[in-house]
Design a protein around this ligand. Structure first.
Ligand code: BJW
Length: 225
């Protein structure tokens, strides 16, 4: 049976109503990356960063999973144990759509992280920087988000999965951010068939063997059926 590794990005949640990052009117057109998505930005102005993620958490709580999230969840059920979903997204729309196991390599909006002891706990809808950690009591709460310059989560496990992949599919990601943008090269090196599903070719689009072009709700459901 084939092992399928699926990498998703902001484009899969776009039709649910969540803004992408690099669209003309996307998040990075409205906020400076250096201010809201780096540890240095957080050290400079923690309130600005926490407000940014509080607003994102509120937005994520108001939207629903779309047909693409649901189709991937069905694929995971139909091919029990053979489909690994790795997402760069910090929303939980894959889980709400029925996916059972999702690796959130860039963290999660619904989680808080203690900067002192690395303990994680469910984030309140409105966080404040320096909320006390429930485990070590340090006033060191931060969003559980992987910012630029920080190590994404689960990398060892993800590389192990990529080494075993028969099929690697990247859905709705621009291929601008590493290490995720390098997964296609890793999967190809290991002999996997590679598929890109996107509205347009990504920055690493030329490395994929197959392209399916269009909105995720259509092309992902077509692919899964
Ligand atoms: C649709 C659609 C629809 C729209 N249907 N499609 C120089 C060279 C190489 C690397 C580096 C370098 N300098 C620094 C680095 C490393 C750096 C990096 O990559 N920088 C680049 C900018 C160059 N990376 C890091 O720092 C990472 N850590 C790291 O590398 O650690 C060291 C390490 C070493 C060895 C192994 C492993 C690690 C950390 C990266 C953290 C990224 N964080 C962010 C923000 C936090 C999360 C959050 O706030 O939500 O994560 S940045 C932002 O970009 C977010 C996303 O997850 C990530 C990717 O964006 P994504 O998902 O691709 O969205 P968009 O908007 O870019 O694209 C949307 C796509 O959807 C488009 O293609 C549309 O066409 C498509 N689309 N609607 C289908 N309906």
């Amino acid at each position: 049976m084939s092992k399928i590794i699926i990498l998703t990005g902001a484009g899969i949640s776009a039709e649910s109503g969540i803004e992408t990052f690099r669209a003309e009117d996307g998040l990075w057109a409205q906020h400076r990356v250096e201010d809201v998505a780096t540890p240095e930005g957080f050290a400079r102005d923690p309130n600005l960063v926490v407000d940014f993620y509080n607003a994102r958490r509120k937005q994520a709580s108001e939207v629903m999973p779309n047909a693409a999230h649901k189709a991937l969840a069905k694929l995971q059920k139909d091919y029990d144990g053979q489909v690994v979903i790795v997402t760069q997204n910090v929303d939980d729309l894959h889980e709400q759509g029925g996916a059972s196991e999702v690796m959130h390599m860039h963290g999660a909006l619904n989680s808080a992280l203690c900067a002192a002891c690395d303990h994680r706990w469910p984030a309140p809808m409105v966080m404040a920087p320096g909320d006390p950690c429930p485990k070590c009591r340090a006033p060191a709460a931060r969003p559980d988000i992987v910012w630029f310059g920080e190590m994404p989560y689960d990398m060892e496990l993800i590389f192990d999965h990529l080494a075993e992949a028969d099929i690697f599919a990247a859905i709705g990601t621009s291929g601008n951010v590493y290490p995720a943008a390098g997964f296609v090269a890793d999967a190809r090196r290991n002999g996997a068939h590679t598929i890109e599903m996107n509205l347009e070719r990504s920055a690493v689009g030329n490395q994929f063997a197959e392209h399916r072009t269009g909105p995720a709700t259509r092309i992902v459901t077509d692919w899964v059926e």
